[in-house]
Design a protein around this ligand. Sequence first.
Ligand SMILES: O=P(O)(O)OC[C@H]1O[C@H](OP(=O)(O)OP(=O)(O)O)[C@H](O)[C@@H]1O
Ligand SMILES: O=C(O)c1cc(=O)[nH]c(=O)[nH]1
Length: 177
Amino acid sequence: MNDRELLLQHINTKAVVHGEVTLSSGQRADYYVDLRRVTLDGASAPLVGRALLDATADLDYEAAGGLTLGADPVGSAMSHAAAGRGGRLDAFIVRKEGKAHGLQRRIEGPDIAGRRVLAVEDTSTTGGSVLTAVEALRAAGAEVVGVAVIVDRGARDAVTREGLAYRSVFELSELDV
Ligand SMILES: O=P(O)(O)OC[C@H]1O[C@H](OP(=O)(O)OP(=O)(O)O)[C@H](O)[C@@H]1O
Ligand SMILES: O=C(O)c1cc(=O)[nH]c(=O)[nH]1
């Protein structure tokens, strides 16, 4: 079984939760994909990193990250996976709001100004969260080459409308939801 096939098994057994939930956008749904149970799982996280590197192999970027919190372990997993393959990829975290003390940075990690970056998410439904990250990255002087998610829950049109490449490891239809 390859990384992608194995990751799908992990998502279906660990992350898919049935039951009524309110989503980030305020929409109601009768299932949830709690990918934190995968991205923070010691056996699954390496698969996440490698599967996302594979899904974005046609894109050229030097750093990956997104809006905290769901995106945080995704960027880190990709960075570790890249190192495991003998490469180099920085990670970053976009705060939901800038902070008023310390260095007052909205984007944490190595500087991304003037660099090619990939905005990532665990899952994207309306695209609102990842596009908030894209806006912050552009304001900080980064060149956003695209968006990548583990599971696409419907954000493809919203992201591509912004002129961004969009890659997802899985479509919702592939999951046991
Ligand atoms: O495409 P969207 O409609 O924006 O929905 C997807 C977002 O929802 C979840 O995060 P959540 O807002 O629950 O916040 P968290 O990462 O801080 O837990 C998920 O991690 C995405 O960031
Ligand atoms: O839209 C969301 O908020 C959302 C959906 C989902 O399946 N998983 C998640 O973490 N967030």
